[in-house]
Write a protein that binds this ligand. Structure first.
Ligand SMILES: [Ca+2]
Ligand SMILES: [Ca+2]
Ligand SMILES: [Ca+2]
Ligand SMILES: [Ca+2]
Length: 462
């Protein structure tokens, strides 16, 4: 493209060009600016997107040149690259289409990063098995199927909130209000709620495959089969909580046609015709919790949610779902980012809970590092990793004789430094406080008055 009037070209090369119709060269005729097309660049490993940016320019390789449109960044990306999206609400006039193995990830998660279909278009459409959508709210999508997100032949949706999407209009062939997985796809650690479909699958449709893992699926509605989930010709639902979904026909929680449901809670769903919590047409179950047991190894006691009226579907300490699941590969964190499995019944064995949330018992020590799960939760260390606990990473004496202690800190935590010259109570003095970010913090005691100084580090959540 040749253009001498672009205000902020991505990159400008001044060319001396002889006017082909005139052997005389004048300055006004001979110099053009040439704006390099985006695909002339080396594609950066990270392609940035932010909602407003007057300095936007390909290849969007910094926040200052970030794209303002998620699709522009995806179009420029190649397989293996990351499209990193800042906070904001991205209002769509066309669906975001991902047809290559690109990871589209928000900086700060679903609460702060919203893709809005405006009640007129689908939010995301994925046709590559290596594509990943991580940390978005997808809302107000509208189309006849897969109104929030459509995974065709694979792809992953991680840590997303999928809400208020509608498959319509009418009640014929309007399926998958929230998410449609077709012949594959992974939906992991997502909250899918208040979506609807005129025909089948208010929340998630697994059609010919697809996996729903660690998800909360609540308050979705459909006209026909599967208020929460419809598994047709396959599909797997693992460690999920299906709650308060409704259908005008069959299978309020799930309509299970040849799917497999494991470690999942199916409770308080309603169906006008049959199968409030589940309706089975060839599907199977293992280690679930529902009002009637869908398999011999399932339980029927009420799951004891923390506050179901407020949709807080975490488990109380006495819940029968705690440590009642079966072992599954690939599940190492729950929908609230709590590591799992944990030893929620303090019997010394860490076992997956049934449902989307893992209960953290404050007195357990699931990983055996001698720090309780409760203290690890406060410190921000992993209760499922014995190498991760609050500990000093270095103790040193500076050239001037000052004492320095360093530790591996975490964000959202306040560290309090106490010192004493003897251990006789009451002796500790709180001499310094510092807010943590992820990484090493160092405290230097500049004026030790005694030959012997004890230092203690306390931590609390900010
Ligand atoms: Ca557990
Ligand atoms: Ca246990
Ligand atoms: Ca521990
Ligand atoms: Ca630990």
């Amino acid at each position: 493209m040749i253009d001498d009037e672009i205000e902020e070209p991505a990159e400008t090369i001044i060319l001396a060009l002889v006017n082909p119709t005139n052997s005389e060269v004048s300055s006004s005729q001979s110099v053009f600016t040439y704006t390099v097309k985006a695909n002339d660049f080396t594609v950066p490993d990270i392609i940035y997107v932010r909602e407003e940016n007057s300095g936007s320019a390909p290849p969007f390789n910094s926040w200052s040149t970030a794209a303002t449109n998620i699709q522009d960044a995806i179009d420029l990306a190649t397989a293996g690259k990351v499209v990193l999206v800042s906070n904001g609400t991205y209002n769509l006039d066309a669906q975001i289409s991902i047809s290559k193995g690109v990871t589209v990830r928000s900086v700060n998660g679903a609460d702060d990063t919203v893709v809005d279909g405006g009640g007129s278009v689908r939010c995301f459409y994925v046709t590559d098995n290596d594509a990943v959508i991580d940390g978005f709210t997808a809302r107000n999508g509208y189309v006849s199927t897969g109104a929030g997100i459509y995974l065709l032949g694979g792809g992953s949706v991680l840590n997303c909130t999928v809400v208020s999407n509608t498959a319509g209009p009418g009640t014929s062939n309007t399926d998958a209000g929230g998410i449609r997985c077709e012949n594959g796809g992974m939906v992991s650690n997502c909250i899918v709620y208040a979506n609807s479909a005129g025909d089948d699958a208010g929340g998630v449709y697994c059609f010919g495959g697809g996996t729903v893992r660690g998800c909360v699926i609540r308050e979705n509605h459909t006209g026909d089969k599967g208020g929460g989930v419809y598994c047709k010709n396959g599909g797997t639902v693992e460690n999920s909580t299906l709650f308060n979904n409704t259908t005008d026909n069959q299978g309020g929680g799930i309509y299970n046609d040849d799917g497999y449901v494991v470690n999942s809670i199916l409770y308080s769903n309603t169906a006008s015709s049959a199968g409030n919590n589940y309706r089975t047409a060839g599907g199977t179950y293992s280690h679930c919790c529902s009002d009637t047991a869908p398999s011999p190894d399932s339980i029927t006691a009420y799951p004891l949610f923390v506050n179901p009226a407020a949709n807080d579907l975490r488990l109380q300490q006495a819940s029968p779902c705690i440590d009642a699941g079966t072992a599954l590969p690939g599940i190492d964190v729950d929908v609230a980012s709590t590591p799992r499995p944990l030893d929620g019944d303090t019997n010394g064995v860490s076992t997956l809970d049934i449902g989307a949330y893992e209960y953290l018992h404050p007195d357990a020590d699931s990983d055996g590092d001698s720090v309780t799960d409760g203290d690890e939760d406060i410190a921000g260390t992993s209760p499922a990793d014995e190498t991760d606990y609050l500990q000093l990473s270095a103790v040193a004496e500076s050239d001037s004789g000052d004492m320095e202690v360093s530790w591996d800190a975490h964000g959202g935590r306040l560290y309090r430094i106490y010192t004493t010259t003897n251990l006789l109570p009451p002796s500790w003095s709180n001499v310094f406080n510092v807010s943590g970010s992820d990484g090493i913090l160092t405290y230097t005691n500049f004026d030790p008055e005694a030959d012997l100084l004890y230092i203690r580090i306390g931590v609390e959540e900010e």
